[in-house]
Design a protein around this ligand. Structure first.
Ligand code: SF4
Length: 381
C-alpha cells in the first residue's frame, strides 16, 4: 500500500508543505494527549534512521514550507538535532519566502541549540509558553519557568531568529479574568509577531482526566476569548484564524496551507498527510515506526467531502471563503449553491459578505460548528 502511494507522491508537484513529527519530550504535561514519548537516547537514534528511510520515498520533492512539530523536537540532544536537520534540509526549496518552523519549549532555547537551528536555515520558531504564571506551569507539569521564556526569546533575537510564535492556553483550572490579563500584558511585552491561543480541553488519556480536573464553563471561555481578542486587536495584532493572531504579514505560511485545504506530506509517528485526494495517518506506535511500518490508514476523499472540508477550514479564517477560488476549485458558484443557507445565517448575524468573499462575523465566531452544519446540511458526504 505504502509503495503504491509513494510512487504517486513522487510524481506530483502540487504538494508543497512537509510536516515532520518528532514525538519526544523531556517530560509529559498533565493535559497533553498528542503522540509523544519520554525521551530515550537510543529510541531517538532508531527513530532518526526510520525517519530518513520514510523521507527517502519523497526525494524528488522540495517544499516551500517545512514544519517540525512534536512532541518537543528540541528535546533531542545536540548531535541528534543536527542529524535531524541534515536529513530534513535536503527537502527545502531555496525560494526567498521559504518558511522553516520548529516547535520548541523555553527550557531548550540555549545559544548552542538556537545557533544550530539558524545554521540549518530554521527561520521561524514556535514556543510552548502556555502561561506566565509559574504556579500554574507547575500544575500543568511544564518544565520551564517564566524567566526561561524571557531569556529564550532574547537569545533567539540575538541570533537573528525574529519570526517567533508562542502557544498560550487559557481557561486553565481556577484561572480568573485578572490572571488572564496579567498573562496578556506579559505576552505583549515580549514583542513577537505571532501568538496562538487555545482553551484548555480536558482530553481522555491525560493526567488531568484521571485527576478529574474540570475545564471552565463555556460562558467563562467565551468571556476570556473576547478579552484576548479585544486586547490583542488593540495592540496591533490581527486575528487571521480562530485561534491565531499576528502582526501584519506574519501569518504562519505552513498552517495557512492546512486551512486552505492544500495537500501536504506528513511524516513521523502519528503524523497525518493529504496527498492527491487521499488523507492518510501514520501509525502512532514508535515500535511500528522503528520497524519501518509507517502508514496505518488511507482514505480517498470524495468530491463532497472535499467541499465540506474546504468550507469548514476556510471559515476558520477571518478572510473566509474567497468566491473566485471556490469557483475555480469546485466549478460551482458558492453563493448560488448555498443561497438560502447564507441568507439565513446573514439574517442571524453570523455571516457577512464582501464583493469577493463570505466570512464569519465576530458574533458568529463562537458558533462556528453551528454555522458549518447549517451551511452544509444538504451536502451528502
Ligand atoms: S504539551 Fe508539548 S511538551 Fe508537553 S507533553 Fe505534550 S507535546 Fe510534550
Amino acid at each position: 500500500m505504502r509503495k503504491r502511494k509513494l510512487a504517486t507522491i513522487n510524481m506530483l508537484n502540487k504538494v508543497d508543505a512537509l510536516y515532520v513529527h518528532v514525538p519526544f519530550c523531556s517530560n509529559i504535561c498533565n493535559y497533553c494527549n498528542f503522540t509523544k514519548f519520554l525521551y530515550q537516547e537510543d529510541i531517538v537514534n532508531s527513530y532518526l534512521i526510520s525517519l530518513e528511510k520514510e523521507l527517502s520515498f519523497y526525494d524528488k520533492n522540495k517544499y516551500s514550507t517545512i514544519y517540525i512539530g512534536g512532541g518537543t523536537p528540541t528535546s533531542l540532544n545536540f548531535f541528534q538535532l543536527n542529524k535531524l536537520l541534515e536529513i530534513i534540509n535536503k527537502f527545502k526549496n531555496n525560494n526567498e519566502d521559504f518558511e522553516f518552523t520548529m516547535e520548541t519549549n523555553p527550557e531548550n532555547l540555549t545559544f548552542e541549540k538556537i545557533s544550530l537551528l539558524k545554521k540549518h536555515g530554521v527561520n521561524r520558531i514556535s514556543i510552548g509558553v502556555q502561561t506566565s504564571n509559574d504556579k500554574m506551569l507547575k500544575i500543568l507539569n511544564r518544565c520551564h519557568k517564566t524567566i526561561d521564556v524571557i531569556h529564550g526569546i532574547e537569545r533567539l533575537k540575538k541570533v537573528g531568529i525574529n519570526n517567533i510564535s508562542i502557544d498560550i492556553m487559557f481557561g486553565l483550572p481556577h484561572q480568573k479574568k485578572e490572571d488572564l490579563l496579567k498573562d496578556l500584558d506579559f505576552f505583549l511585552k515580549l514583542d513577537i509577531p505571532h501568538i496562538s491561543f487555545y482553551p484548555l480541553v480536558v482530553e481522555d488519556n491525560t493526567i488531568f482526566k484521571i485527576n478529574k480536573v474540570k475545564a471552565l464553563s463555556d460562558e467563562k471561555i467565551y468571556e476570556m476569548y473576547n478579552l484576548i481578542n479585544k486586547k490583542l486587536s488593540n495592540n496591533g495584532y490581527y486575528r487571521y484564524e480562530v485561534s491565531n493572531f499576528c502582526k501584519k504579514g506574519m501569518e504562519s505560511k505552513h498552517n495557512m496551507k492546512y486551512w486552505n485545504d492544500d495537500y501536504y506530506v506528513g511524516i513521523g509517528p502519528g503524523a497525518h498527510g493529504y496527498v492527491d485526494g487521499v488523507r492518510y495517518a501514520n501509525s502512532s506506535s514508535i515500535t511500528n515506526y522503528i520497524k519501518g511500518e509507517f502508514i496505518k490508514e488511507e482514505k480517498l476523499i470524495s468530491k463532497n467531502e472535499q467541499e465540506f472540508e474546504y468550507i469548514m477550514l476556510r471559515l476558520r479564517l477571518k478572510e473566509g471563503i474567497i468566491l473566485k477560488d471556490y469557483l475555480s476549485k469546485f466549478g460551482i458558484d458558492f453563493c448560488d449553491k448555498y443561497s438560502s443557507e447564507i441568507e439565513k445565517l446573514k439574517k442571524d448575524g453570523y455571516l457577512e459578505e464582501s464583493l469577493e468573499s463570505i466570512y464569519v462575523s465576530e458574533k458568529g465566531i463562537y458558533l462556528l460548528n453551528h454555522i458549518i452544519a447549517t451551511l452544509t446540511m444538504n451536502l451528502n458526504y
